[in-house]
Design a protein around this ligand. Structure first.
Ligand SMILES: Cc1cc2nc3c(=O)[nH]c(=O)nc-3n(C[C@H](O)[C@H](O)[C@H](O)COP(=O)(O)OP(=O)(O)OC[C@H]3O[C@@H](n4cnc5c(N)ncnc54)[C@H](O)[C@@H]3O)c2cc1C
Length: 412
């Protein structure tokens, strides 16, 4: 090794930024202007992806993202960051497969390490009904170019050496991945800000305005903003905002929790799910086990028993992997997800001209952001939804063309 003198190290250390203080800001902290071409309500992954695609793909840069708290602090910060396309309805499978593929190159596109890591997704079949359901699912998925397979019990045991629970096989999607969820929000924010989008944090939107039969602005804690296009990416709070202009968005709030254990030696490669045992588990690169905790059936933020529900999920995990019984939980948190009656998102222009929905993502919105942002920006810019997004129009509740994914959304 090359010898270095003490003065070299003193000089080197003198140039190291103190407490990261010299790092440049990743996005401009903007004060809201009095009018914009497009205003996006909610600075989560969907609001930011939509803003980025408006500016990048269509040159629409007179855009504000207005966030009541801090950027990416909603469900974007709280999810278990699983990316997959195992869905029942062909429209969902096609949409989420497109998103999975976009995630593969998103880090390069945004020049940001998103830590997309191919892990594989293994959902256990506990009886023949599960197996039959998985078989039907993989056929639907294959019809839209998404790959998955049904594994035999032996093949499952080969992948999960510590598994002790009874099962009759599993659903396997090898290309399923995990992502660094905060980094996705930061990357979109940085790219959108560089393209001229105003990112406004700490400003609450209280209502929308309309003039005649179209949107014309919003009211915020920083005053009024005129705009002819408002995008609702405020999660479950989108419903109340829509109601201020007489729109009904079919969204109900549900609590959903997750937890993380102390780090342990690597024992688990794929993300493992068991609906019967209410368990979802993946191991991070640092060795922690991240647990998705089944949501309660109670509607609303406060009407549930978080510790009771968490205990059920931990019990489920220990039933699957008894050798994990001594591992200690370090932290637990929750988010309030935005669930629609068919558990599929609301994406596109609503019944009121100029008001667009990008919400109702249930427990699966993290994985959807690249496709949803691209699709909604395209609809705003061209007036026409993309083929992938068209089935998710909020107006499907007027026609009855629902995209039923309910069981899936409750189990993730
Ligand atoms: C525990 C848990 C686990 C999950 N696991 C997964 C998973 O593994 N994979 C997956 O794909 N998805 C998962 N999800 C779901 C995923 O996190 C969400 O679907 C996704 O983050 C939705 O992004 P969003 O931008 O729509 O919402 P959010 O990230 O919640 O952003 C909405 C933003 O709007 C802001 N806002 C609300 N009201 C206003 C207002 N009036 N004015 C201004 N701003 C406002 C909020 O502060 C918030 O920052 C999980 C969710 C939870 C809670």
């Amino acid at each position: 090794m090359l010898a270095r003198s003490p003065s070299f190290f003193r000089q080197y250390l003198a140039n190291v930024p103190k407490r990261h203080s010299a790092w440049p800001r990743q996005w401009r902290r903007a004060e809201p202007k009095r009018s914009y071409e497009v205003v996006i309500v909610g600075g989560g992954v969907h609001g930011l992806a939509t803003a980025y695609h408006l500016a990048h793909d269509h040159g629409i840069r007179d855009v504000a993202v207005v966030e009541r708290g801090w950027l990416g602090g909603g469900n974007t910060a709280r999810n278990t960051a699983l990316l997959r396309s195992t869905y029942r309805h062909p429209a969902s499978a096609a949409f989420f497969q497109d998103a999975l593929e976009r995630y593969r190159t998103l880090g390069t596109e945004l020049d940001y390490n998103l830590m997309v890591t191919r892990r594989g997704y293994l959902q256990l079949a506990h009886d023949e009904a599960d197996r039959a359901e998985f078989q039907a699912m993989i056929e639907t998925m294959a019809s839209v170019g998404a790959a998955a397979e049904v594994l035999s019990p032996e093949a499952v045991r080969k992948r999960l050496l510590l598994l002790k629970a009874d099962m009759v096989g599993g659903l396997w999607q090898g290309e399923a991945a995990t992502v660094r969820h905060d980094a996705v929000a930061w990357a979109y924010a940085r790219a959108a800000s560089h393209l001229g989008v105003d990112i406004v944090e700490g400003v609450d939107v209280s209502s929308l305005w309309k003039f005649g039969d179209r949107a014309c602005g919003i009211e915020t804690t920083a005053g009024s903003i005129e705009t002819r296009r408002v995008v609702l990416t405020a999660g479950w709070r989108s419903k109340a905002l829509a109601a201020t202009v007489g729109l009904t968005l079919p969204i109900a709030p549900y609590p959903l929790m997750a937890a993380v254990t102390e780090p342990i030696a690597p024992i688990l490669d794929p993300v493992v799910v068991s609906m019967r045992h209410r368990a979802l588990v993946q191991q991070t690169a640092r060795g922690e086990l991240v647990l998705g905790i089944a949501q309660s059936d109670a509607e609303g933020e406060t009407e549930h028993d978080p510790f009771g529900i968490a205990a059920q999920s931990v019990q489920g995990l220990v039933t699957l992997f008894p050798s994990l019984a001594g591992v200690r939980l370090m932290r637990m948190w929750d988010g309030v997800i935005d669930v629609t009656p068919d558990a599929s998102p609301l994406l596109g222009e609503t019944a009121l001209e100029g008001v667009y929905a990008n919400c109702g993502w249930s427990a699966g919105g993290m994985k959807a952001a690249p496709t949803a942002g691209h699709a909604l920006a395209t609809e705003i810019a061209t007036g026409t939804p993309t083929a992938l997004a068209a089935p998710f129009s909020p107006r499907r509740y007027e026609t009855g063309a629902l995209i039923e994914e309910k069981i899936e959304a409750r189990g993730r």
